[in-house]
Design a protein around this ligand. Structure first.
Ligand code: CA2
Length: 145
């Protein structure tokens, strides 16, 4: 079965526990269950991971690539806006990475408008709440070879 990595970055472990006005009331566990369940329907095995550490995120990206994963759904959190190291990790692999943001980063503070990672991803999904993660899985399913 094709494998997908669902990788969430810093502070996303707080989902549903704080700031429900911006990020909603669903928890990270809800997100992971939804994507895993859609994955089963589509015939993907979804591995879920969350880290608050830049190096750990990079290691996870490398590991997914070298372990033959089909693709990665990545919400890099605030690293989106300044981590050239995560950008380089994404640029260094050949499997598709879909960047997801729960909020519409373009409608928020100026510093969130720019993603340094987006130019090296297969695509970016923003502003659809946690449904964006499932949309990303559907996009990866369309790319399936
Ligand atoms: O909209 C997104 O998904 C973000 O990646 C979320 C990041 C933010 O830094 C990006 O600009 C956009 C922040 C995640 C923090 O998540 C929290 C969730 C609940 C309570 C507090 C933080």
């Amino acid at each position: 079965m094709k494998k997908i990595l669902l990788l969430n970055g810093p502070n996303l472990n707080l989902l549903g526990k704080r700031e429900p006005g911006i990020y909603g009331e669903k928890t990270l566990k809800d997100v992971e269950e939804n994507v895993t369940s859609l994955g089963m329907t589509l015939g993907f095995e979804v591995r879920c991971n969350q880290s608050n550490h830049e190096g750990e995120i990079i290691d996870q990206i490398h590991e997914a690539f070298f372990s033959g994963y089909h693709g990665i759904i990545l919400n890099p959190g605030a690293y989106t806006h300044y981590s050239y190291a995560i950008r380089d990790a994404v640029a260094g692999i050949t499997i598709p990475v879909i960047e997801v943001h729960i909020s519409n980063i373009h409608a928020r503070e100026e510093f969130r408008h720019k993603s340094v990672i987006a130019p090296v991803t297969a695509g970016q999904i923003v502003g659809f709440g946690i449904k964006g993660y499932e949309l990303a899985l559907l996009a990866l399913n369309m790319e399936r070879g």
